[in-house]
Design a protein around this ligand. Structure first.
Ligand SMILES: [Zn+2]
Length: 209
């Protein structure tokens, strides 16, 4: 399993995810029909400065992303929770009343390897009908029936080579339309473009399959 940078988050930190999780994420984005903003990725223990204090180490290893919610309509927010859960992740809106946090959406992809202890606990909480908070309340989001604990089979169409090809195509496309040879692009600029472009390049690859 290789964990590499997939882009940069809203605090200019690297978004890390395994090949497995990133494949899954591209399928989620495809199903949504729009691209959520990632405010924190997984494997934050490998990112300089580490994870957000509120996150209590959940993002230190695999499976966890935080998404921006303040710019989404209620309809899109509901859709986001539903689609993430239909694809096999435990997803919750967090805010002052739910966890005493700034508004965002936190999710755990339970089948990613491997989860930090807190994230693994949240995954068990989800299966037990709980909200994944320390206060152990009841789940307050829509729940699939039956619960989806494994991503649907057709969610995983990408091999490692294909994922590399996606990123290469994305970077190439961005360089072609951007600055000459990219020599004056910083690593951060390139990473930011890669996330956006890899979502776009995904459609090209899908069309070829
Ligand atoms: Zn989180």
């Amino acid at each position: 399993m290789s964990v590499i940078t997939r882009g940069i988050d809203t605090s200019a930190r690297a978004i890390l995810a395994s090949d497995y999780m990133w494949s899954w994420w591209l399928n989620v984005v495809d199903d949504l029909g729009w691209t959520p903003t990632i405010v924190q990725g997984a494997w934050m223990s490998r990112v300089p400065g580490g994870g957000a204090k509120d996150s209590a180490g959940y993002h230190d290893k695999g499976g966890c992303f935080d998404l921006r919610t303040w710019d989404l309509t209620p309809t899109r927010l509901d859709q986001l929770v539903r689609v993430l859960r239909e694809h096999g992740a435990a997803a919750w809106r967090r805010d002052q009343t739910h966890g005493g946090m700034d508004p965002h959406l936190h999710f755990v992809l339970g089948t990613d390897a491997d989860l930090a202890p807190g994230a693994a606990q949240q995954w068990r909480d989800y299966q037990a009908g709980l909200d994944g908070l320390a206060s152990r309340g009841k789940d307050y989001e829509w729940r699939p029936n039956p619960l989806v604990l494994k991503p649907p089979e057709d969610d995983m169409p990408y091999t490692k080579d294909e994922l590399i090809a996606i990123v290469r195509a994305a970077v190439k496309a961005e360089l072609a339309e951007g600055k000459p040879q990219g020599s004056d692009l910083t690593r951060d600029e390139l990473d930011k473009r890669t996330y956006k472009a890899s979502v776009e390049a995904r459609d090209m690859l899908k069309a070829k399959k």
